[in-house]
Ligand binder design. Structure first.
Ligand code: ADP
Length: 454
């Protein structure tokens, strides 16, 4: 569902003094909330119409650098402004911060007021408009996995990121005893998000010390991406409030399990599940078979949107539940794509490739584009695989490094047609920059290995 506060309610709450701050946020390329904290009175009087931000926010990296090579903005063009246009449908309280509400914004060109094509919300809206023209709605759910740590973000940073002790001492998969010990963080996460209109289903312990998973009920794709972004932000803020750190880095240690973000997907028509057909094999409609065929065939093209950093690729290891093969299966967790809810109206496909570091808008958009292509070309779905897919030599592979995924993205005629050359070029540059930054740095591993012995 969209936000759970109307503009009239906000005005009333500002009037009686219960809200004094409005967070006015965009979603950046990394899937983070960026923006300004408005005095609520100013927001309800004028800024609800629009405000602005520097356009480098969509041409930067995790460190807020100003890399060259983007067509959209640069030092040469003077890094101008974008219009931040509040989407008042996303208004909601932020119950974990006193007196605070939040609104998400779309980004518009400063002069033409046209949507900025590479802004993550615009990238997703473009694919949703294509689906709508075909008569379909996309319902999606993203799972959020992350690790909690004993120490706070600041203490960990001051210690050079060396004192990384997870909050628990053992694998806590489905563990009620251990997760009770984490309730000081997890209970406010569930309850505050729920009160913010985000339909939390549950949280559970995951398969490693300190690893948690948060599940949110499936929703229309744009709402799903908004929910994911706000939930990820809330996890970090609430962990910080409690004196702890939470990380969504997919692989924070090579000996530990990684964190994923599996994506459940189904198409609906006139409020009915269009992937379901009662009397067909496994209850799959032809539409679902075509959608899945596209999703699988084009997985190498869009892997960057599921694994956008050098670290993302460290998660893809056999025997870890992180898939490397572009095949599907029925309820088998070693394949890249899993059929869930077969034979029921809840039938859906789960993509298991994405890491916890996805930008959900871009990931959902890329997968929908692949599914649409499968439907348009009436692509055939190969039979499901079974057994341990890691050992299947014939199964297709996803790119295993950021370098390889950058090339499949750059050369994807399908994504260029579906998303636009400007969008693909923009994110190809982001991928290149990430690799360039990594390549110039000397790592701890090289020093320890070679300092004396090389
Ligand atoms: P798992 O065992 O993989 O965690 P769950 O049964 O908990 O599976 O469901 C995972 C997610 O799938 C939930 O977030 C749920 O809301 C979502 N989901 C259920 N039905 C659908 C559907 N038809 N389309 C998309 N997502 C769905």
């Amino acid at each position: 569902m969209p936000g759970n506060m109307t503009f009239d309610t906000l005005k009333k709450l500002v009037g009686d003094g219960s809200i004094d701050t409005v967070l006015v946020c965009i979603i950046d390329m990394q899937g983070r909330l960026m923006g300004k904290r408005f005095h609520a009175q100013n927001f309800v009087e004028t800024s609800y119409e629009e405000t602005h931000c520097c356009n480098y926010l969509l041409a930067t990296d995790l460190e807020m650098a100003t890399p060259d090579g983007y067509a959209s903005t640069s030092w040469r063009s003077g890094y101008g402004d974008y219009v931040m246009k509040p989407d008042l449908d996303t208004l909601r309280p932020v119950p974990w911060l006193p007196g605070t509400a939040m609104v998400l914004c779309d980004l518009l060109d400063h002069h033409t007021h046209e949507p900025v094509p590479h802004s993550p919300r615009a990238v997703l809206k473009r694919q949703l408009a294509r689906l709508e023209a075909m008569g379909f709605d996309a319902m999606m759910a993203t799972e959020l996995e992350f690790f909690l740590f004993e120490k706070s973000f600041d203490d960990i940073r001051k210690g050079g990121f060396r004192e990384l002790d997870p909050i628990s001492g053992y694998n806590e998969d489905y563990h009620i005893l251990q997760t009770t010990k984490e309730e000081a963080i997890m209970r406010p996460i569930r309850n505050h998000l729920y009160a913010a209109g985000i339909p939390v289903e549950n949280s559970k312990g995951e398969a490693e010390s300190g690893q948690e998973e948060l599940n949110i009920r499936y929703a229309a794709a744009l709402d799903c991406a908004d929910h994911h972004t706000i939930a990820k932000h809330a996890v970090k803020e609430i962990a910080w409030q409690q004196g702890h750190a939470a990380t969504f880095l997919p692989k924070w240690h090579h000996d530990r399990v990684g964190s994923s973000s599996h994506v459940h997907q189904s198409l609906w028509k006139d409020g009915k599940p269009a992937f379901y057909e009662k009397d067909s094999e496994l209850g799959m409609s032809e539409l679902m078979r075509n959608y899945m065929a596209g999703l699988i065939a084009y997985a190498p093209d869009y892997t960057f949107f599921l694994a956008p950093y050098v670290n993302s690729y460290k998660r893809f290891m056999k025997g870890t539940f992180a898939p490397t093969k572009t095949v599907w299966s029925v309820d088998n967790r070693t394949a890249g794509f899993r059929l869930c809810g077969d034979g029921t109206k809840g039938i859906r496909v789960e993509c298991r490739i994405g890491g916890s570091d996805i930008n959900p808008y871009l990931a959902l958009a890329a997968m929908l584009a692949a599914g649409i292509k499968g439907i348009e070309d009436k692509m055939d779905l190969a039979p499901p695989t079974s057994g341990d897919v890691y050992e299947d030599k014939k199964a297709g592979e996803i790119p295993s490094t950021l370098r390889a995924a950058t090339e499949t993205l750059r050369n994807s005629a399908f994504l260029r047609e579906a998303m636009g050359d400007d969008v693909v070029d923009h994110y190809t540059r982001a991928a290149e920059w990430e690799q360039e930054e990594f390549d110039r740095v000397v790592t701890d591993w090289e020093i320890a290995r070679g300092f004396e012995r090389a």
